[in-house]
Write a protein that binds this ligand. Structure first.
Ligand code: PGA
Length: 247
């Protein structure tokens, strides 16, 4: 199963969402072998669900809190995401790790919180440039994936997103992607047993319609987590069409 997820980050107003949905849905037909998701910012979750309802587009949160409810001003619970129609939630995006101090220990709590509320976690891992340059890429990925050791069974999607490739226009080279995705597969199987064989591993970081075919041809690449190019419905549609070819 392939998968493509639009990560809108802190972009778009309601009118942008309406314009996106109108253009995208004119050209989009769901394909049984390709899951398509949109992760809008929190205020757009309800209108996104309404715009895409019944059209084969999943809605995901970009983050969720580890506690069920309570005095956590400014936070959103997993149950609230589910209540608005979310099928999944992005966890551990590098911007959450970098700007909001999210740690692996915190993510180890968010993962079961998501699942127990019926949300599929989309867990992001990836090395920073200085870590790659120091030859520590696989070590970093291994330590970020260690939280899966205690996570138990349940739905899961992974995203490999080298931090230096996010929003920079500098996507990782095919050899680098192949090495990282292979390593992630091995770690998934080590932590999850045979279930780890079928966890989709997406690539993220400066994915565009121009480079996506090459990325999809790499073993263990099941699709993409897309930021910048996903804001444009025509580009996102082109990415979806690439994923739908030769599934
Ligand atoms: P980008 O972002 O496609 O703009 O590089 C990807 C992401 O952060 O998920």
């Amino acid at each position: 199963m392939r998968m493509l997820v639009a990560n809108w980050k802190m972009n778009h107003l309601r009118a942008d969402l309406e314009a996106f949905a109108s253009t995208f849905l004119q050209g989009y037909g769901a394909h049984p072998g390709v899951r398509v998701g949109v992760a809008p910012p929190f205020p757009l979750l309800a209108p996104a669900w309404a715009a895409f309802e019944g059209r084969g587009v999943e809605i995901l949160g970009q983050n969720g809190h580890q506690e069920a409810k309570g005095a956590f001003t400014g936070e959103v619970s997993m149950a609230q995401l589910r209540d608005l129609g979310c099928a999944g939630v992005i966890l551990g995006h590098s911007e959450r790790r970098q700007f909001f101090g999210e740690t692996d220990a915190l993510l180890a709590r968010k993962l079961p919180a998501a699942r127990s509320n019926g949300l599929e976690p989309l867990l992001c891992v990836g090395e920073r440039l200085e870590e790659r340059e120091a030859g520590r890429t696989l070590e970093v990925l291994g330590s970020q994936l260690a939280i899966l050791g205690d996570s138990g069974p349940g739905p899961l999607t992974l995203a490999y997103e080298p931090v230096w490739a996010i929003g920079t226009g500098r996507r990782a080279e095919p050899g680098q992607v192949a090495e990282a995705h292979h390593f992630i597969r091995v770690e998934l199987v080590r932590h999850l047993g045979p279930a780890g064989e079928s966890v989709p591993i997406l690539y993220g970081g400066s994915v565009t319609p121009e480079n996506f075919d090459e990325l999809l041809a790499i073993p263990n690449v099941a699709g993409g987590l897309v930021g910048g190019a996903s804001l444009d419905p025509t580009k996102f549609l082109a990415l979806v069409r690439s994923a739908q070819v030769n599934v």
